[in-house]
Design a protein. Structure first.
Length: 232
């Protein structure tokens, strides 16, 4: 079955001083999602971007937000983040007392529901949530910082998640988040991901201009996507 392979740009890696210019480029290249890492300094030992940043980039670009809540007590913030239409809100299940209840609440707020699973969380422990989800974000680094190196065992988990979704035809998108580098990308595609969080390891890396890197990333996905098409 052909899968449309998508780019989710990690906005915590963008150059804040050239934000408008960058957004014009992302609009021109029809970037699929803006990946928004929200951090609270508790669930992860870091802070990043916030609700006002979301408002500014969404109002300007109208590109759907892929909101990754790396925070404790996410239930308190679902409503406010659900104001960005066509967006996705992903929570880390271990931050919720009742993850299924939180997923239900996200859907009731008329946005898509996802979970993000860090390297510390097993596939088996979240399998029962997957049928209720629009997206599963399999993290290939520990949550909280850009610029980390791939945690290799997470690729096996990625394969399990995508295989389970494919077998059951749930239609759930599988996102990979962390060190999505030029070198790691082919293996992540092969492991069944269809949404790729592009950060400092690829689109925002120093070599090549932003436009060259976006074009290069898209070419790799389109080639792989067509290959999937020919395969079946
Ligand atoms: C990690 C973040 C990512 C990502 C950034 O917590 O969710 O946005 O790692 O990209 P890289 O890993 O390429 O710097
Ligand atoms: Zn993220």
């Amino acid at each position: 079955m052909k899968k449309t392979l998508k780019i989710s740009l990690s906005m915590m890696c963008t150059s804040y001083l050239d934000l408008r210019e960058d957004l014009d480029l992302f609009i021109k290249h029809k970037i699929d999602y803006l990946h928004i890492d929200i951090m609270d300094g508790h669930y992860v030992p870091n802070f990043s971007i916030g609700i006002d940043f979301c408002k500014a980039v969404y109002t300007y670009s109208r590109i759907p937000l892929d909101i990754h809540l790396m925070i404790e007590e996410p239930d308190r913030y679902i409503e406010i983040f659900s104001r960005f239409e066509n967006s996705i809100i992903s929570i880390h299940p271990e931050t919720c007392y009742q993850p299924l209840g939180t997923i239900q609440e996200i859907k009731e707020c008329k946005v898509k529901a996802g979970i993000a699973i860090s390297p510390s969380i097993s596939f088996e422990s979240v399998k029962h949530l997957i049928p209720h989800l629009d997206m599963v974000n399999v993290m290939t680094v520990h949550p909280g910082y850009a610029g980390q190196r791939l945690f290799k065992p997470a690729l096996m988990k990625l394969r399990k998640v995508s295989g389970y979704i494919e077998e059951n035809d749930f239609g759930t998108e599988v996102e990979v988040d962390g060190n999505v580098s030029w070198r790691n990308l082919p293996g992540m595609i092969e492991a069944g991901a269809d949404v790729f969080v592009a950060g400092t390891s690829s689109i925002f890396e120093r070599d090549g201009s932003l436009e060259q890197n976006v074009t290069r990333f898209r070419k790799i996905l389109d080639k792989a996507g067509n290959f999937n098409l020919n395969e079946n």
